[in-house]
Ligand binder design. Sequence first.
Ligand code: TPP
Length: 340
Amino acid sequence: MNVSEHTEPVADHHGVPGPTHESATPEARLSSLETMMLIRAYEEQLVELQRGGAPGTCTSVGQEACAVGVIGALDERDRILTNHRSAGHLIARGADPGRMMAEVLGRTDGYCGGRSGSLHIASRELGVVLTSTIVGGELSMAPGMALAQKMGRGEPGGIVAVFFGDGAACEGIFHESLNLAVQWQLPLLFVCENNQWQAFVHRLETMPDRAIADWAHSHGLPTRSVDGNAVEEVYAAAARAVAEIRVTGSPQFLELVTYRQRGHFEPDDQSYVDPDELVAWRRRDPIQGYREHLLESGLIDPEGLAAMERRVRERIEAAAAFAQASAWPAPDRLTDHVYA
Ligand SMILES: Cc1ncc(C[n+]2csc(CCOP(=O)(O)OP(=O)(O)O)c2C)c(N)n1
């Protein structure tokens, strides 16, 4: 996988050496694997529930390293905006899978009291201020959030990170948002998860191959394009960008080259996908690859891995039981939070 940097050197007095994956502790690496496994198990459980009649969802299967790598580089001061493929971002941020599942099922214990489904979960306590299902909606609000941060309305030292897809990068708002962030020097990390698909259209039908990083670079943003299936690479690139944004107060761009392994939403038979492409990317599965890497490096042994899998399975079973036992909202609460 080609990794490229389009970074203009940040001036020395601004530059701080960002952490690299070598600085990640063994505990952090094991925790990254377990969180990726938790995200995968959560979404697979949602698919099961959907087959039983629960509302559908957009999964991020195959993109777990993007969520875990970037969110791992942020801290509690930071604010996050995301899109319809948000489960990984939320879980990596520490969301409770039981409350997330309750939200998808429309129950009172969900993060938004059952009003949002999977497509609009927001949580003040997690600092996830927006999940937008309007493609590019998150890009329209991110500069405003980052401006508020710059004006002292956020946590001191915090930054804003916005996740969006390659499809959103084809919308006009992408350019407006990048331009504004540069002109106003906003503490904003743009994170494009280039998962090759835009609903049922392959991205190469809508853009030249290397367009996303080139566009970002032409707007004057320090830009890194990395293998989005390699969690340590994602973390290293994100950690450097975040560290630089905290010092300079100006925006940076990260393109994560990855793949959406399941359909656009559930159910979706992916009949429009070239089967060879699917096989090739499944061979590069981020979780399987990292599992093998940690086994080979001796950080975990097969028994440790089995215990990890068991913990994940138990958490997801408990989450599903919690969500299904959660009460439906009372009909007389229907108009709560409706202002006009
Ligand atoms: C403004 C707008 N146009 C179209 C849609 C329908 N739609 C939902 S997701 C999607 C594809 C988005 O692709 P991308 O940004 O690459 O994100 P991905 O789904 O691949 O994660 C489309 C076209 C929408 N929700 N909003």
